[in-house]
Write a protein that binds this ligand. Structure first.
Ligand SMILES: NC(=O)CC[C@H](N)C(=O)O
Length: 181
């Protein structure tokens, strides 16, 4: 059972991707929803808003504890921001540059190579962050120039782009197969 943090942002699109893969999922809106999940998706949206809502719903400390204790977690865009920020989940030792590629109008799409995928992944970037000064214990899975846009570390996977906005479920599948199971 995968929990999809459902406070703000691209929520239903992640649930759709999981449904397509036949992976059971449920929305996470409060602490009780966290019971029995084997993995968590933190969607893209606006990281400051998501963090405020997590705090308001008394989810923030509980989710932080679960992620730090090993809950497999996939963060996309704002989710990558929250996984990286020292003041948020502090799971990725790197400098996160929010809106690193510019504002909404500078949104772009790019085909990215992943060693784990046979064909490139068509990635949609919307006010996307990137990581730099990435610590040696982080696997950089995809880069644009010297900017890390997909990374993993232990049980955490993060992309600066929105894999849930295309029909391509391969990164969700990768998360389920390599991080959750
Ligand atoms: N599409 C997104 O998730 C954008 C993330 C946003 N720029 C933030 O920092 O929260």
């Amino acid at each position: 059972m995968i929990g999809v943090l459902s406070l703000q942002g691209a929520i239903s699109e992640h649930a759709n991707a999981l449904n397509k893969l036949g992976v059971e999922n449920k929305p996470i809106l409060n602490q009780a929803d966290l019971a029995g999940i084997d993995g968590l998706i933190i969607p893209g949206g606006e990281s400051t808003a998501i963090k405020k809502l997590m705090t308001y719903n008394q989810l923030f400390p509980k989710i932080k504890e679960l992620i730090q204790a090993g809950l497999p977690t996939f963060g996309t865009c704002a989710g990558m921001v929250l996984l990286s920020q020292p003041e948020s989940f502090n799971m990725l030792k790197a400098t996160v540059v929010r809106n690193g590629f510019g504002r909404q109008q500078q949104s772009f799409e790019e085909s990215l190579h992943f060693d784990a995928l046979a064909d490139p992944f068509h990635a949609i970037f919307i006010r996307a962050p990137y990581l730099t000064d990435v610590s040696a214990d982080i696997n950089v899975l995809a880069k644009i120039n010297d900017k890390a846009v997909a990374v993993s570390k232990d049980h955490v996977l993060a992309t600066a782009f929105h894999p849930e906005l295309t029909d391509d479920c391969r990164l969700h599948e990768y998360f389920i197969d390599h991080f959750v199971h």
